[in-house]
Design a protein around this ligand. Structure first.
Ligand code: NAD
Ligand code: DAU
Length: 361
């Protein structure tokens, strides 16, 4: 039985990954979730699996060397899946330092503790160990707007925001460990995820929540920035496949083949909400394009991201399965069924964040 140490498992992608893994492997794996529970970490996301014998939660900071060391000392970890990070670009523009701490120092601590636990006296590693570092396509910078260019694993790193610079630094540390110590790792760089449990500071859940509560829909700049949207369960599957089939020391890009301008996304959300709400729902008549408001652009806003997931398809056989029309319906249906989840995460500190971030909203 393989034992997985998942960091950041109470966040959006981490919790979806844990659900995916238990659905697929049930009792044949063990998962230890290490998360410090920042504003983005929510144990509600894991309520349905928290009582499993083969799951445990450790509240710890990945920057805390002693805490992480003892997780490795107490458990024979086979696979590390490293999601824990500060993940929101806008927050990184306001407060870069915590991004450096968590994303860079935290990754260094994770790498060091795994190496300490796994390395043998001759410099090789115990059988079957792997560290999978989850990263982002933002490390490659921005693509031209009207171009057929894509991000590949060989694209140069050109991060622009403090967030992407910190993720690029963490990738470089993983690469340095692979080159220097032959440390058994893979890096995955993926495009924008969407789906259940996503915190409503990110475009899609923010727009869904605002439309349902009659708030303005704040679109940055001209709304024509392009992102390549990936349904989170497809991403979880891709990570599992890279763990099992990925060649050690390789990077794999994971993308949705689904480029859309932000304004297109907002319009699809409005149309889909109207389609899915029953006529008797009083919110329905207010969900119109009049809610859209163009606001000041994000500083250093990358124009276009797009991944060509050719390598992962050719080597591993992964490709995105969920088209956007289907994925957005599943996502909206999930938010309809989890109104309490949304109420809980948008009470308290979220209100303060929202007021500061969207002054005119
Ligand atoms: P998230 O913000 O939803 O979750 C991050 C999780 O990490 C939270 O549970 C938080 O409590 C935890 N965490 C933060 N700091 C920690 C610390 N110091 N110690 C322990 N735990 C800590 O993020 P997400 O959207 O799920 O992203 C997960 C990973 O995937 C990140 O590394 C991110 O860079 C990467 N990624 C995300 C996307 C996306 O679209 N969301 C796309 C590409 C890559
Ligand atoms: O590309 C992968 C990255 O995708 C991940 O590494 C990040 O962790 C993840 O947060 C995401 O980053 P983005 O900055 O692309 O996602 P966000 O949802 O913040 O914004 C998506 C686009 O929508 C971006 O062009 C900015 C725009 N936007 C966002 C918000 C929150 C708006 O126009 N209005 C908004 O209110």
């Amino acid at each position: 039985m393989k034992t997985y140490l998942v960091t950041g498992g109470a966040g959006f992608i981490g919790s979806n990954f844990i659900h995916y893994m238990f659905k697929k492997y049930d009792k044949d794996i063990r998962i230890i979730n290490v998360d410090v529970l920042t504003y983005a970490g929510n144990l509600e996301n894991l309520k349905s699996i928290e009582k499993r014998d083969n799951y445990s939660f450790v509240k710890a900071d990945i920057c805390d060397k002693e805490a992480i060391r003892s997780v490795f000392a107490d458990n024979d970890i086979d696979i590390v899946v490293h999601f824990a990070a500060e993940s929101h670009v806008d927050r990184s523009i306001k407060n870069p330092e915590v991004f450096v701490k968590t994303n860079v120092v935290g990754t260094a601590v994770m790498l060091n503790c795994a190496r300490e636990a796994w390395e043998l006296s001759d410099g090789t590693y115990k059988e079957g160990k792997k560290f999978l570092h989850v990263s982002t396509d933002e490390v490659y910078g921005s693509l031209p707007e009207d171009d057929n260019a894509f991000f590949y694993e060989t694209s140069p790193y050109q991060p622009h925001s403090p967030y992407s610079a910190s993720k690029a630094s963490s990738d470089m540390l993983v690469k340095a460990y692979m080159d220097t110590y032959r440390f058994p790792a893979n890096i995955t760089n993926c495009s924008n995820n969407y789906g259940p449990y996503q915190f409503p500071e990110k475009l899609i859940p923010l727009m869904i929540n605002n439309a349902l509560t009659g708030k303005k829909l704040p679109v940055y700049g001209d709304g024509k920035n392009v992102r390549d949207w990936l349904y989170v369960e497809d991403h979880a599957k891709g990570i599992d496949m890279v763990i099992n089939k990925g060649r050690l020391f390789e990077t794999y890009n994971i993308g949705g083949h689904n480029e859309k301008q932000n304004i297109q996304i907002v319009n699809i959300i409005l149309d889909t909400l109207r389609q899915m709400l029953p006529d008797s729902d009083p919110r329905k008549e207010h969900i119109t394009k009049d809610l859209i408001t163009y606001v000041e652009d994000r500083k250093g806003h990358d124009r276009r991201y797009a991944i060509a997931p050719d390598k992962i398809k050719a080597e591993i056989g992964w490709e995105p399965e969920t088209c956007f029309e289907e994925g957005i319906k599943k996502t909206i249906a999930w938010f309809f069924e989890h109104e309490d989840w949304m109420k809980n995460v948008t009470s308290g500190d979220y209100q303060k964040y929202y007021q500061e971030m969207y002054k005119e909203g």
